[in-house]
Design a protein around this ligand. Structure first.
Ligand SMILES: [Zn+2]
Length: 215
């Protein structure tokens, strides 16, 4: 069974989107590339050019990211917005999703979505916020990737998974060290759906929003 992991920091996983922290030219495995808000400095445009160079030619790059907003650990918000908007434009140009990191920046994403007529598909990774906040994003092409929080009783992730439209769902391990199977297993119990149908659902979700397909 194909259990895709849509965002991981473990490089040794098959069927996974490995988050490349340093953009490398010769990537051989499916990955994402972007500038994390923690790594942002005034030279981000040079780094973005490298990412654009690589990702335009190498179809192993399935997504741009992780990138986004972080009010706790990131630099000035103006810098974060500039870098995020540029990366979002690039994801749209390639026709691939953007993997979104967010800490206390939900309002910044909404501001972006309301101002941008043509946003890419944005996958909010590690979703664990209140359902009200998720509902505000549903008019936009925003998707939700669920990870370790599904294993916690009464978590916001669990509550939102039950309500979230099925075509908006993805699964991930991120940096948790968990096996992706345990995340699917948790989701399967929460949703009372067989693992196989979840596995097929998320693959078709991906292929509906990306020019770079998976199987
Ligand atoms: Zn991550």
């Amino acid at each position: 069974m194909e259990l895709w992991d849509f965002h991981t920091h473990r490089s040794d996983q098959p069927l996974a989107i490995f988050n490349e922290m340093e953009p490398r030219r010769n990537v051989q495995a499916t990955c994402s590339m972007g500038i994390h808000p923690w790594d942002l400095d005034i030279h981000w445009e040079d780094r973005l050019r490298v990412i654009q160079d690589i990702s335009s030619l190498n179809s192993h790059v399935l997504a741009i990211g992780e990138t986004g907003f972080d009010r706790l650990k990131g630099p000035a918000i103006a810098l974060q917005k500039g870098a995020f908007y540029a990366q979002a434009r690039w994801a749209k140009t390639l026709g691939i999703p953007l993997i979104f990191h967010c800490v206390k920046g939900h309002d910044l994403l909404l501001e972006y979505l309301k101002s941008e007529r043509n946003p890419p598909a944005i996958i909010w990774h590690g979703w664990n916020l209140k359902p009200e906040l998720a509902r505000q994003l549903l008019p936009f092409p925003v998707y939700f990737s669920f990870g370790k929080h599904l294993l916690q009783e009464e978590s916001n992730a669990r509550i939102w998974l039950m309500e979230c439209p099925s075509e908006r769902i993805f699964f991930e391990t991120d940096d948790s060290g968990l096996e992706i199977g345990s995340i699917y297993q948790a989701a399967s119990l929460i949703l009372r759906l067989p693992l196989e149908s979840l596995a097929m659902q998320v693959i078709s979700n991906w292929n509906a929003i990306s020019k770079r397909k998976i199987s």
